[in-house]
Design a protein around this ligand. Structure first.
Ligand code: SF4
Length: 447
């Protein structure tokens, strides 16, 4: 598709990126920022100052998709003041919509799917020459320059080990937007982790939609081998991985979580429902009992393990009894965090065609009951932490003056008074939990 060339404005040029969704998108935004900075284009926090605006979108829920379109409508008005402004739609909505997005939003300059993020610099150049580019799909060879990732401001280094997903859960659009599963070779992963450790990162987070389904391409190694190889790299203080798929955990992987102290005692393990019938209709491939047994094994391997989960409320066919089973599972497992949403039908997935679509008002009411239950559990768990000491990685400033925030190994946020010497961002400092609330922990620095 061609259109008029758009000349780059005089220097200094600025870019602005808005990111929705998961850690994969966060890392993709860092990769896009890195490519632009290599060209001397600088970041700005003010979209009205930018010469390139990128919206890195999420399409897991309909609401997020509508939001990105409304933002595109707002930002294209900035072109009245800045004729050289380029606007790009990136991420999962870009992959899903492709050419349709260019037709729907007249001021949109290019569309970049998640598997084409490494080509951003060339795409911008092509647009400056006049082409409205649609870069979507899943090329066999992807461009990933580990030197072109802007890690600034981040306390943890994120490393993708597996992209895409082959699971096809009946509610999920990810297999369409992120494509089929592709594991990165172990050697590439280790090179990137070493590179981050050389840069001084204390904490590494391995990423994948089903991170524990990683397999060495063309080889026999699995995620347990990768965990062992990464956890034993010299200088690695904290290792996390997200998102784990319950069915893919093997006893060796569970053993690794117990074996390496630098693997953080925190796991995000989406359950989605506590009712077997709902799990079956979701196509999850495990039962409630199998999920609970896995949790039991993980906690036996690592007693201090904190677990969070995802739950979909109001999935087609979910009866009141099914929902009660979900509440019952939440009480049984006692998660440290629950990310729950009402079911959102997504295009191209199987669930919208299932019988028994739930009235949104019923789904919302169930969601509120789930939140109320979880809040009580979370507060009780947090109260048990009072008096305990943790090393936290300092992640930013608190809302109140003189306060800083840090993450405990179990992924909780603790705020603490800076004292006379603020702790540098990204450093590790010791704190004692002084008081606990449902969503926050207040701590004191320990000398
Ligand atoms: S495992 Fe299921 S929910 Fe997770 S990304 Fe794949 S299809 Fe979606």
């Amino acid at each position: 598709m061609t259109a008029l060339p758009i000349a780059a404005p005089p220097t200094p040029r600025r870019f602005y990126i808005e990111t929705w969704g998961c850690q994969m998108n966060e890392l993709d935004s860092q990769r896009m920022a890195g490519q632009l900075m290599q060209q001397g284009i600088l970041p700005t926090r003010a979209p009205e100052e930018a010469d390139i605006i990128l919206l890195n979108s999420c399409s897991v829920r309909d609401k997020a998709e509508q939001k990105v379109y409304s933002r595109l409508g707002e930002y294209r008005l900035f072109k009245r003041q800045n004729a050289g402004l380029l606007i790009g739609l990136c991420g999962c909505v870009a992959q899903q919509e492709g050419q349709r997005a260019l037709e729907r939003v007249p001021g949109l300059d290019f569309v970049v799917g998640p598997a084409r993020v490494g080509e951003l610099a060339q795409i911008v150049a092509r647009r400056r020459q006049g082409e409205r580019v649609v870069a979507t799909g899943f090329p066999a060879e992807r461009t990933y320059d580990v030197d072109a990732v802007s890690r600034s401001g981040e306390y943890k280094g994120m490393v993708t080990i597996i992209e895409g997903c082959d699971k096809n859960c009946t509610f999920c659009i990810v297999p369409t937007t992120r494509g089929p599963e592709r594991s990165r070779p172990l050697a590439d992963v280790l090179t990137e982790v070493r590179h981050l450790l050389d840069y001084g990162f204390h904490e590494i987070e391995l990423l994948g939609q089903t991170v524990n389904h990683w397999r060495e391409p063309g080889g026999d190694l699995d995620f347990a081998d990768l965990l062992e190889a990464v956890a034993t790299l010299p200088g690695l203080a904290r290792l996390r991985f997200i998102t784990s798929y319950p069915r893919d955990f093997t006893p060796r992987m569970v053993a690794m979580v117990g074996k390496h102290e630098n693997i953080c005692p925190y796991l995000h393990l989406p359950v989605q429902s506590g009712a077997d019938g709902v799990l079956r209709r979701m196509g999850r491939g495990y039962t409630r009992a199998q999920y609970a047994d896995l949790v039991h094994q993980l906690r036996a391997a690592r007693q201090d393990l904190a677990l969070s989960t995802d739950i979909i409320v109001g999935f087609p066919g979910e009866s009141e009894e099914d929902f009660r089973q979900t509440l019952d599972l939440v009480e049984e497992i006692r998660f440290s965090g629950v990310y729950a949403f009402t079911y959102s039908p997504r295009p191209g997935t199987a669930a919208p065609r299932l019988d028994g679509q739930i009235d949104p008002a019923v789904a919302s009411e169930r969601l509120q009951r789930l939140f109320a239950l979880q809040e009580g559990i979370q507060k009780d768990i947090n109260l048990t932490l009072v008096g305990k000491e943790y090393d936290v990685v300092v992640t930013g400033w608190g809302r109140e003056p003189g306060m800083q925030m840090g993450r405990t190994p179990c992924h909780r946020v603790a705020t603490f008074a800076t004292g006379p010497e603020p702790a540098p961002l990204g450093s590790v400092t010791r704190v004692r939990i002084a008081s606990a609330h449902t969503h926050s922990l207040k701590a004191e620095r320990v000398a």
